[in-house]
Design a protein around this ligand. Structure first.
Ligand SMILES: NC(=O)c1ccc[n+]([C@@H]2O[C@H](COP(=O)([O-])OP(=O)(O)OC[C@H]3O[C@@H](n4cnc5c(N)ncnc54)[C@H](OP(=O)(O)O)[C@@H]3O)[C@@H](O)[C@H]2O)c1
Length: 280
């Protein structure tokens, strides 16, 4: 039986990926810094924390492949190098990176993280997704603002080809289990590049309450963030405004055989999560 460690298993891509792998008969180790919170069917909760490398050998013992959700912290490239050194020869690595990661420049943080995997000696696949649709329903991101009728997002008119994390998971499952993905760099986007006003319009339609996009200054969107998180978020919004996330690819269809979900399809499932707090 194939054994796969899914890091970030309670995150946006980890949950659907674990389900897809379990359905294909894989022994799924669900990595989390808090394994007691992992309650997914067919998944073995597994202690995995970027803060505790001493636990990595046990978490990765006997695995055929690892799905690595890059930690968004300054020391990620070094942590990824160390994790790669922990893996047995022959372990395939699928890294969740970000769209057009090399446009950040050769000395940037994203390319350095990818390099740690590319130069590790393991076979690898890069996943480079656009913005996840699930940020609209995640309470750590936009859920409460959207539920309150507001989508504050500094876009300067640029478009975003939102991708459903379930489609990223489907590409990840193929890259982990099927032949033909070694050395592949998959740029993964949804089917439509949407302006933020159009995104708000679709949210309005799906939720039944008005949602208005406000093109807030980046400074306002960055309020409360500090240090590396602030730098990374600022860079990401710069990339939004430069149109980096407007590119549309056919990767989901090419890899999985079915088209990427549209924002309308995502919202048809997710709209109940965006009801005002009192009605949830
Ligand atoms: N979000 C996007 O639009 C986007 C776009 C492109 C690339 N990416 C990249 O994708 C990666 C994942 O980013 P993400 O923002 O989507 O994170 P995520 O996968 O939703 O969560 C990441 C981790 O946060 C921890 N966590 C803490 N509180 C949680 C909670 N309440 N619910 C679920 N998990 C919680 C979990 O790790 P523990 O279980 O170990 O605590 C989880 O695996 C990052 O490398 C990011 O740069 C994201």
């Amino acid at each position: 039986m194939t054994r796969v460690l899914v890091t970030g298993v309670r995150g946006k891509t980890g949950v659907p990926l674990a389900g897809l792998l379990a359905a294909r008969g894989v022994e799924v180790l669900g990595g989390s810094s808090d394994p007691s919170t992992v309650t997914l069917d067919g998944v073995r909760p597994t202690a995995f924390s970027w803060d505790d490398p001493s636990g990595w050998p046990a978490a990765t013992a006997g695995v055929d492949a690892v799905y690595v959700v890059r930690p968004d912290r300054a020391d990620a490239p070094g942590l990824l190098t160390d994790l790669m050194a922990t893996l047995a020869d022959g372990t395939h690595v699928v890294l969740l990176s970000e769209q057009a990661a090399d446009q950040v420049g050769p000395d940037g943080w994203s390319p350095a993280g990818e390099r740690a995997v590319r130069e590790s000696g393991h076979s690898w696949t890069m996943l480079r997704p656009s913005w996840f649709m699930q940020v609209l329903t995640d309470r750590r991101f936009y859920r409460d603002a959207v539920a309150g009728g507001d989508l504050p997002f500094p876009s300067a008119g640029a478009r975003v080809a939102w991708i459903d994390a379930r489609d990223i998971a489907a590409v990840a499952a193929a890259a982990l289990l099927d032949p033909g993905h070694d050395g592949a760099v998959h740029e993964i986007t949804g089917p439509d590049a949407l302006t933020l006003p159009r995104t708000a319009e679709l949210l309005t339609r799906a939720t039944g309450h008005p949602v208005v996009h406000s093109d807030v200054p980046a400074e306002e969107a960055l309020a409360g963030l500090e240090g590396f998180e602030r730098e990374l978020t600022e860079l990401t919004f710069d990339r939004v405004r430069a149109g980096v996330f407007a590119a549309v690819t056919d990767t989901v269809e090419r890899v999985t055989g079915r088209p990427a979900r549209s924002l309308e399809e995502f919202l048809a499932d997710a709209a109940p999560e965006l009801r005002p707090a009192a009605q949830r």
